[in-house]
Write a protein of this length. Sequence first.
Lengths: 279, 244
Amino acid sequence: MAEGVHEERLRTREIHRARRAARADRLRVLGWQLLLLALFLASWAWASGRVLDRLFLSDPVSVARAFWAILLRGTLWFHLRFTLTETLLGYVIGATLGLASALLVSLIPAGEPVLRPFVLLAYATPKIALAPLMIIWFGIGIAPKVLLAAAFVFFVVFLSTLAGIGTVSAELVSVVRVMGATPLAVFGKVVLPSASPFIVTALRITIPAALIGAIIGEFISANRGVGYLINAASSRYATAEVFAGILSLLLVVLLMNAALSAVERRWLRWAPRPETAAP
Amino acid sequence: MTALRDVNLRVRPGEFLCLIGPSGCGKSTVLNMFAGLTAPTDGLVLHDGRPVSGVNTRVGYVTQDDNLLPWRTTLANVEIALELKGVGREARRERARQYLARVGLQGFEDHYPHELSGGMRKRVSIVRTLVDESVNVILMDEPLGPLDAQTRLLLQDELLQLWQGSGRTVIFVTHDLVEAIALSDRIAIFSRAPGQIKELREVGIDRPRDVFHIHEAPGFAAIYDAIWNDLRDEIRRGREPIGG
């Protein structure tokens, strides 16, 4: 027995070594990524005015300048505030409803096969096509944008959560029930944690989806929001400002992703990662 | 399909009973019935004189797979049965630590299952069942099956040490004849499906036992030959290897 445990300690050390190696790998990857970005910006700058008209393509420096200008003027923040509100509200509403509906459906197993085709139909409906309807129903305020964003988020979270709940091991549930778990305890201590990697993935991939919903709403009809800003700029052929607007959306997605990654690290600490997984 | 027929088994309180037989003979079904996970189509399962209906929470069940909760640390995995039965946090931590120490896992309390080896996960799986002292019957379904030969012997030894003097009844399914002899007081030999109990044999080797040298124990050869004879007939009739 003692020898077995000694062997395990060696193994633990092995895991730590693997982690260090993985960190070095990540730095190398980051280096290449920065290089690629620089290459992209350089070829953009070079092509602008030589290959394509500067009017259409703009260039990195002009974009940075435009970004800086709308930032200083307060224009960006004014519009971003609306887009952010719509995106976050839509995201939270869509995710909450998606999660709650999946949990509800999983409690009534007989209902799932009945509902499935309807859910898939609704999922398959291009949400973009709903945008004009939403405007008719809810006007040009933030409500239709929030709803569009929520629609983009809802189905993905709903279907992923349901799929995650479907992967729960029946044997694990049996074992825990023999230990005296009530149905509620089974749900909280086994079903939900089992499904959590699916839920987190859904929450991650729906971040840009929520933003798309909000922007589409703003494209179609609005007098504020980054979508409106981009639309208005493009009608003036202010390409640099269009790119600056897109850049600000990118930053929003990156920020939301970082926030979710922090949540994920806490939530899924237990999940085997490639570099620490047992061989 | 009928898995079992005319199975009449009376388990003595505090004994270590092994169930052995050809694959698919319904040994595991017996355990599932005792745990209340499968209801017999006909007949009765009694635990301490009371019929088992619905899930039997007065038993502990060690399954073939370790079935640890991947999102819980070693310590939290061992605590779960006590947690579900409402034992306070400090008390259950203390008990879990004690049991982990008994199988040499002190220092691994904060590891997640994927960071442990197969043998360690097996130890955790056994200990998290034994830690709940309110259950007096432990069901084990080939718990040591997938382990390598050495780890298996070590775990047999640890298991006997944990069980010895605990007064708890163990019903242990295995397909390994030597393992059955090393561990048990009695061995029930199952016939091919639909499973019936063909023989019920007393092992009669003194305790405490040395699992590492069980072959040399007085009486080993006799019981081994007797059970091998019982099993050989079943295997010939079924033309299939022992297993499952």
